[in-house]
Design a protein around this ligand. Structure first.
Ligand code: CA
Length: 341
């Protein structure tokens, strides 16, 4: 077994050395698949999108889902984030509810508007379509037919992708790498003791996705919780920065995230959650330790519903999932810093 115990305690804290400049960054010359971002429109979703754009891997299209907030608000949040960035990417509105269970949300974490009250642009852009599942199906079917796979970064409940795979399993061949922020590696959840929000919000969808044999990079909750910078280091990133719509928006998002984390008793830190998954998509070399495993989702009602069962032994099936254990924090923080202006 590789060393994959993640230290969530305060001993892992250190404010020094995280914000070194990004040195290894050569996106312009690397061939990459097209990218679709599937998102539930929360605070860290907006930050992840900003990082993708600033980091040279802007999505070719975005699909939205219920999750942190309802579908309509999630779509609005992503459109408003793009407006702040003055960046046009087609946004397709997706699932409004899970496959089986009732809808849950995370307004307690992301604020009633899902963006922690961050200042929004006056003008409201419109989505490209209200049928993200059909958009994904057509896109992935074409990708499969042409042999030009599309990568997906999924940072919300996996409902849209599950609906596509259920409707047309052959679409799986059109997916290159699927990077998912979600689940846990050690069974320590953030919405229940055992389950992480994105998986808990639609466990049946997650199980469809994890059992489809896809090439998956999983960025689990404990890894996100262990990758953070101290609050003053975030202040330093903004210090001396010209005030722009982007920097005001970014500052409001970061401040909200810090307040929420502090409110849960973890101190003034900024954790990389969806932005950690974005960083790995921008530059795969940022992942410094991965655990190959099979992953299945506990569906039975009760304590473990929505828990990801991570099996490095392969007894659950082929080890098609690489679970992110450690990432180069200075590189992640560097990419985050580039996205704030
Ligand atoms: Ca999210």
């Amino acid at each position: 077994m590789v060393g994959w115990v993640v230290d969530l305690g305060d001993d892992s804290r250190s404010g020094a050395g995280y914000l070194a400049p990004v040195e290894r960054f050569n996106q312009a010359t690397r061939m990459t698949n097209r990218l679709i971002l599937d998102t539930d429109g929360g605070v860290d979703d907006a930050q992840a999108l900003m990082m993708l754009v600033a980091g040279g891997r802007a999505p070719d299209a975005i699909t939205t889902t219920f999750g942190n907030v309802g579908r309509a608000q999630a779509t609005r949040n992503i459109l408003d984030t793009l407006s702040v960035l003055n960046h046009g990417i087609p946004v397709h509105e997706g699932a409004s509810r899970p496959l089986v269970q009732p809808v849950i949300d995370a307004a307690a974490i992301h604020g009633a508007d899902g963006l922690g009250g961050a200042p929004r642009p006056a003008a409201a852009a419109a989505p490209a379509s209200a049928d993200a599942v059909e958009f994904l199906r057509a896109c992935l079917a074409e990708a499969a037919a042409q042999g030009q796979a599309v990568d997906i970064l999924a940072i919300g409940p996996l409902t849209n992708i599950a609906l596509v795979l259920r409707a047309d399993p052959a679409c799986a061949a059109g997916i290159g790498q699927l990077t998912i922020m979600g689940g846990t590696v050690n069974g320590r959840g953030n919405v229940t003791p055992a389950a992480e929000f994105n998986i808990y919000a639609d466990p049946e969808a997650a199980e469809i996705v994890f059992s489809a044999g896809l090439d998956i990079v999983l960025v689990p909750w404990e890894t996100c919780a262990a990758h953070f910078v101290d609050g003053p280091a975030v202040d330093d990133l903004f210090a001396g920065m010209d005030e722009t719509d982007v920097s005001r928006f970014a500052r409001a998002l970061a401040d909200h995230a810090r307040r929420v984390t502090a409110g849960y008793g973890h101190g003034d830190i900024f954790r990389f959650v969806d932005p950690l998954a974005a960083a790995v998509v921008i530059d795969p070399a940022i992942a410094t330790e991965m655990l190959p495993a099979a992953v299945s989702v506990a569906l039975a009602p009760g304590l473990t519903r929505g828990m990801t069962v991570v099996d490095p032994s392969g007894r659950l099936g082929p080890k098609t999932v690489r679970v992110l254990i450690k990432a180069d924090l200075s590189q992640v923080a560097g990419l985050f810093g580039r996205s704030l202006r």
